[in-house]
Design a protein around this ligand. Structure first.
Ligand code: BES
Ligand code: ZN
Ligand code: ZN
Length: 499
């Protein structure tokens, strides 16, 4: 996708050159001064007449009519330097990439040095660009019966910069991997559950493992039974689809130690079971495996980057449907670690499958646990659809996740987790735990239930029920699955630093 060059882009024949404009206020000086000179001062004129501005996220295409060798210049407004952040820069790159994608120009070039401020250098800008281009131009290949028009896409982008090429190339590539991995997660989430079954997810994971040489293990029903994963099995009980416990391992250290466990809720469809969802509540429940998708996306980036870390990814995959054999409210089930659970609500199924997945991740040596799940409607009520809810038992681990989320530009907000919360999930007359202590604080209750299975390990729970998909297009992606937490998890693993 990306190529790199040291040449002066204002002196080369290019189909379209992307140039950043900062409102300092906007003045054509330095490299831009050269450009304005080539235009005999016409750019300054355009600014004076209000035809060209540095307004944040504006994209303005001009034809150059031979003033410079480039045929077109796409000016991207970056707004006031003080107000610009690296996340906002990604969005501006996204705007530009989308613009280019939808024009006949499929080969773009960018003058990267025009996107630098005091807050970041060319290397960071290259990483932001690498990430923003695949994210913003992502399209889900849908199932419409349409004419065979080729999909518009950016074929290549040449990055012009005076900075050392090796460094910016590496940064842009790393960013690109992050964007692509997020897109892989988005595609899994966008697929409907008649096509994306637990078996499909298992095959996908196996292919990922084969491509990158990861260790993979897929457990089918009989193996899951042998291991006594009664909570996971209960959710699957009404289904014709075989459950799959998917495990992937990436070993970046000599010894299998300091293992990070990433656990993703893989409910391929959530009908609610006997505690049925409403007819409106059912729509969109194909996205109930977005946690699994984020974990698989993160594993893809990790496999590409090869950090010196050890990671085990565990995904319990099943649908939650009804039949004569489905589990019921009032049932008492036994989880893999021996705790018994009174089922009060079959729609609180995520915590059940995650309970056994957490136990299994520990079984594979995971010492630090992060689970990602579309767990509760409660988190949407609490935080809206742009913030992922977090619950933790460990300040230090949470800090690491939070830092990664800042870098990714994915908001996380922490919810409290008290002794009182723990008591509520332990409140059952006939079992150790109950899976649904009522509506009050129920995003916290979902987390607290999972917390009963971590057995003292540092743990962060991420509830993405609100953030996993969106009904509006945005600068870094279209409506539909967002691939949220893929980037946070991947960056978290890459930067993970045990004191
Ligand atoms: N998958 C849902 C949570 C969800 C809701 C995800 C809306 C995305 C959008 C989860 O399994 C669920 O049904 N949770 C219940 C828990 C309740 C029964 C304790 C909920 O949030 O209502
Ligand atoms: Zn549910
Ligand atoms: Zn669910």
């Amino acid at each position: 996708m990306f190529q790199f060059s040291h040449e002066n882009p204002f002196q080369i024949e290019l189909p379209c050159l992307i140039v950043g404009l900062l409102d300092k206020p906007l003045k054509f000086e330095g490299v831009l001064g050269e450009l304005d000179e080539a235009f005999q001062g016409q750019l300054t004129e355009l600014v004076k007449t209000g035809d060209l501005s540095a307004k944040y996220k504006s994209v303005q295409l001009i034809h150059t009519f031979g003033f410079v060798p480039a045929k077109r210049i796409l000016f991207v407004g970056l707004g006031k330097e003080k107000e610009l952040t690296i996340q906002k820069l990604k969005m501006a790159f996204g705007k530009a990439a989308k613009y280019i994608k939808n024009t006949p120009v499929q080969k773009a070039a960018i003058a990267l040095d025009t996107f630098i401020t005091d807050k970041w250098d060319t290397v960071q800008a290259a990483a932001a660009l690498g990430e923003a281009v695949p994210l913003s131009t992502y399209e889900f290949r849908d199932y419409k019966q349409k004419t065979n028009l080729p999909e518009p896409r950016i074929e290549e982008m040449t990055v012009y910069s005076s900075h050392t090429i090796g460094e910016i190339e590496q940064a842009a590539k790393a960013g690109y991997i992050l964007g692509k991995a997020t897109n892989s997660a988005r595609t899994l989430v966008n697929m409907p559950s008649n096509l994306l079954t637990p078996s499909y997810l298992a095959t996908y994971a196996s292919q990922l493992a084969e491509k990158y040489g990861l260790e993979v293990e897929i457990l089918g029903k009989s193996e899951i039974e042998k291991l006594g994963m009664g909570a996971f099995l209960a959710v699957n009980q009404g289904s014709k689809e075989e459950p799959k416990m998917i495990t992937l391992k990436f070993q970046g250290k000599e010894k299998w130690e300091d293992v990070i466990g990433l656990i993703g809720k893989g409910i391929t469809y959530d009908s609610g079971g006997y505690s049925f969802k409403t007819k409106n509540g059912l729509v969109g429940m194909k996205t109930d495996m977005a946690g699994a998708a984020a974990v698989l996306g993160a594993m893809e980036a990790i496999a590409e980057w090869k950090p010196k870390q050890n990671v085990v990814a565990v995904i319990p995959a099943t649908d939650n449907v009804v039949s004569a054999s489905a589990f019921r409210p009032d049932d008492v089930i036994t989880s893999m670690n021996g705790k018994t659970i009174e089922v009060l609500n079959t729609d609180a199924e995520g915590r059940l499958v995650l309970a056994d997945a957490v136990t299994y991740a520990k079984h594979h040596g995971a010492e630090y646990l992060v689970d990602v799940a579309t767990l509760t409607g409660g988190v949407i009520v609490a935080l809206g659809t742009d913030k992922t809810g977090a619950v933790t038992n460990d300040e230090w681990l949470f800090e690491q996740i939070l830092e990664a989320s800042f870098e990714a530009g994915e908001y996380i907000w922490r919810l409290p987790y008290t002794e009182e919360d723990k008591k509520r999930v332990r409140n059952s007359r006939i079992a150790d735990l109950n899976n649904s202590p009522g509506r009050e604080g129920h995003a916290i209750m979902g987390a607290a239930f999972i917390g009963e299975f971590v057995e003292g390990a540092p743990w962060v729970h991420l509830d993405i029920a609100g953030t996993a998909d969106t009904d509006k297009d945005y600068d870094l992606g279209p409506a539909g699955a967002t691939g949220v937490m893929t980037r946070t998890l991947a960056l978290f693993v890459d930067r993970f630093d045990k004191e």
